[in-house]
Design a protein around this ligand. Structure first.
Ligand code: FAD
Length: 167
């Protein structure tokens, strides 16, 4: 997403709409909130939503819904509950910018893959050059793929290079 957002930000403002509770549709969420507010009627609303989402998200969601966090559950109006459903399913945010290279986790772009022999990770343009890991133009999702990429390509390159040296 950061790559696409970075490109979009060059030309315009970028807004994100976040569905915080993808597993519940609007109707299911409305019923769930009614259930919670009934069960926890004397609790403050800020202390009653932890079962739905991470506790750190409760305050921003209530703020975006314009609901007083100190309000007791039995005082929440129908309009407020509907607004809360809407915020959970469609939380709008303006993107201010990317965090920059200091905070970046993976690279985007790199050496063209058609210039690399993947059996050896050798450059097709310079025989004494091996290209591995982040330097390759391979976009990947997060979740371990980057380490897998650098280890696998590093292993292939290292194995081939050491064979070339010893022969
Ligand atoms: C904060 C953070 C968290 C991450 N978490 C994950 C994760 O959970 N899972 C995952 O899969 N990936 C993760 N990554 C990405 C992953 O770490 C990288 O994709 C991977 O380390 C890339 O390996 P690499 O060997 O290609 O490059 P690098 O690890 O960047 O190695 C390049 C090396 O080259 C050296 N170097 C640079 N220029 C020169 C030069 N001119 N001469 C000599 N040496 C030079 C650098 O000092 C560096 O040691 C994370 C990255 C960051 C920054």
């Amino acid at each position: 997403m950061s790559k696409d957002i970075g490109e979009l930000l060059e030309n315009d403002k970028v807004k994100i709409s976040l569905d915080i509770l993808t597993e519940l549709d609007n109707g299911m969420l409305n019923s769930k909130l009614q259930e919670i507010f009934k069960k926890e009627c004397n609790k403050k609303i800020k202390n009653s939503l932890d079962s739905l989402t991470s506790s750190s998200l409760v305050a921003p969601v209530l703020e975006a819904s314009k609901i007083d966090p100190e309000k007791k559950c039995n005082g929440v109006t129908r309009e407020e509950r509907i607004k809360l459903v809407d915020t959970f399913k469609n939380m709008n945010m303006n993107v201010l910018g990317l965090l920059g290279a200091d905070k970046a986790i993976v690279t985007s772009g790199g050496v063209l893959l058609k210039e690399v022999n993947f059996k050896t990770m050798q450059s097709k343009l310079y025989s004494n050059l091996y290209l591995v890991g982040d330097i390759l133009n391979i976009d990947r999702p997060s979740g371990g793929y980057s380490l897998q990429l650098c280890w696998t390509t590093g292993f292939v390159a290292g194995t081939h290079a050491s064979k070339s040296i010893s022969s």
